[in-house]
Each structure stands twice: as structure tokens, then as C-alpha cells.
Design a protein around this ligand. Sequence first.
Ligand code: DSN
Length: 416
Amino acid sequence: MSVLARRDPAVAAIIESEKVRQVETLEMIASENYASAGVLEATGSVFTNKYAEGYPGKRYYAGNVHSDELENLAIDRAKELFGAEHANVQPTSGAEANMAVYLATIEPGATVMGLSLDQGGHLTHGSPVNFSGRFYNFVPYTVDRESEQIDLAAVRTLALECRPKVIVSGYTAYPRAIDFAGFAEVAKEVGAILMTDMSHIAGLVAGGAHASPVPYADIVSTTTHKTLRGPRGGMILSKLEHAEAIDKAVFPGTQGGPHLHSIAGKAVCFGEALTPEFKAYAAKIVANATVLAEALQAGGLRLVSGGTDNHLILVDCNSVNISGLKAQNALQGSGIITNKNTIPYDTRSPFVGSGLRLGTPALTSRGMGADEMKRVAAWICGVLQDPDGDGVRERTRQEVAEFARAYPVPGITDAE
Ligand code: DSN
């Protein structure tokens, strides 16, 4: 029996139940993944006890000799992994990383361009209900109505009109490759800083399965827990000229003591991502998404933009005459965990949405490949074509649970 099970059986029991849920369901939320046993161990380490405001070699408290070793190791690995000139590994989340980037680069009221949230952007890319939309003058760009893809010529036209100080590229529900070189040209032409939020694709970038923004963007923010498969947290990479401003904006600008336990998990994650196995993993995420997309289309579902180049797929649930919310709930009842999403030019509210966002990172972490993707697609199509059918849902739930149990889960059933 674990220490926690003896000391606090209530919490231990909830954690055990969550482990069972993660093992017996198919995790297809595009932003989720399974951290390795090593990442979990580092994240649960004694570094949770330590305060370390400041940076290596310049802390505000004593006792930070090992904190400095740890943070320097994480920084060195991050720079090596992404070929970056500077890395700040202290942001506790993607949202806080983005807040620090804006604080470092612009004054309140400045004009910024970002893809609107309902078209695949992020809350921190200018949503009116978020600090970003309240403190800065965000001018949203949109995807092309026909192709449902970013039209760089339209982005350029808007940038020439509104003359932003920052242009944000990088998205949460965009299934296509991003042309960072093209964005850099537009930013240069209008004198804007190019910021890329690569949270969703960081693992693909690390593994060479998506072009890297690092050579093109002045500043790159990311989370570490999505395709990168690390602990929950954030990071900012930048060119050297922005290093000092970024560091000041993270601490003391927006954060207090860094979460050293998360930094320990980040160091482990970056070490894992530097291996050849991770390169193969990143390629497999994309290959799996391609197979899944084709199988879903063959099953009668329309995909936004006609397919995928990365780890995620956006299904237009209008093609089966249901909302995204209905699709999400029917699949949840079948053991397949996804999230509803708006699609470009959606007529439904964000809480209902017409889209369903699917991702392959977590299933790929369990070792699944093309055959498994076809099987999963058949379950998804079956449920979405009969979302009210109790029989289909229950049969699928049982089949999914039996199927899922056969695949190891990093950090849970595959403790290495
Ligand atoms: N919640 C994340 C996602 O699912 O994409 C973004 O912050």
C-alpha cells in the first residue's frame, strides 16, 4: 500500500480511479498526453519544497545550489532541443508564458494580430474575455472561408492596414502546417515582432515532424505537456536581443517563485525529446493522424480544411447533423475522450460548437499505429452516426475498454 493510501485514502482512491479512467478510455484530446514515469517522478520530487525567486546565480533566497544546477540543465537542454539562443523555463503555463511575452514587448493598448479563438486561436491571443483582449488592441485575422486555411496574403493585407507591434502565429485547433517563414516576412515588412505560440506542435517541432518556428520567430512560447509529453508547464524561447526583457517579464513581471518541481520534469522531458525514439514518436503522431483522418472521411465525416498535416483533426459535425457537444458527449459515453470545438465561421455558440477536435498524441504514446487508428475511426463513425443509440454506445464502451487495456500507458501501466 502506498504512503498516500495509508495517510489519505480519500485522495489516493480518487487518483487510483483517474488512473483506471486513463487506462480504460481512448484519450483523444489533442492537447493531452501521458508523461513518462521519469517526468512524473521528477515533477513529484522534493523540489516542490524550495523557493528560488530569481535566476541561476542570482536568487533572492539561500539554499539554491541544486536549484541552479537543475534550472541550468533544463535551459541547456531546451536550447539544444530547439536550437534556441535563449530559453526561460520558469513559466508555469502557456497562458503565463504569453502574458510575459506581451509584457516584455509591448505597452498596454498596443495593436497585436492573432487568429481569433473561434477559428482556432487561443484565449491569450486576444479573446475579449481574456487579459490579452482587455489590455491590448487585438485585431483578429481569420482563415479563408473556402480552404479553411490561413491565407498569408490576407494576413499581410490586414497587417499593412493595422500595423501591429506583434503578430501571433501558432494555434490550438488548426490542423494544417504553419508557414513560419512566410509569417516572418510579413512581420518584417510591417516592423512587427513575430511571436509563435507552438504549444500544440512543440513535440512535432522537437522531433522534426513540423517545421520549426525558432529560426523565424523573434519569440516562441510553448507549453511542455502536449505533444512534447512533459510536465504541465510553459517555456519561452527567444533571440538573444529579447532575452533580458523576457526574463524580467517572467520574474518579477508576472510570476513569483518558479515551480522547480515542474522545471525538474521539464529537464527530464527535454532529455527524452532529444532521443532518436522521440523523433520516431513525433513522426508516428502525424502518420497516425493522417490515417485517422482518411478513415473518418471514408466513414462520411467532413474534416475542416479537408484533412490534417499535424497531430489534430477538426471534424465538422454538421456532416452528421449533430453539434460538437452532442458528438463529444456521445463519444464520452463510449469511452472515447475528445472535445467539442468551434469550426471556422461557426453558427453555434462556443459552448455547443459544430466541431469535434481529435488528436493522436496520447494514443501514439500507447504504441498504437495505423491499424488501431482505423479501428478507432470505425468506432467514432459508428457512434456519431447514431449518437442517441444506447446500444451502440454501450457496445462501443465495452469494446473500447477491452481494447484500451491491452495498450501500456506511460507512467501508469508502463513504469519503465
Ligand atoms: N486547453 C488547451 C487546448 O486544449 O488546446 C489550450 O490552452
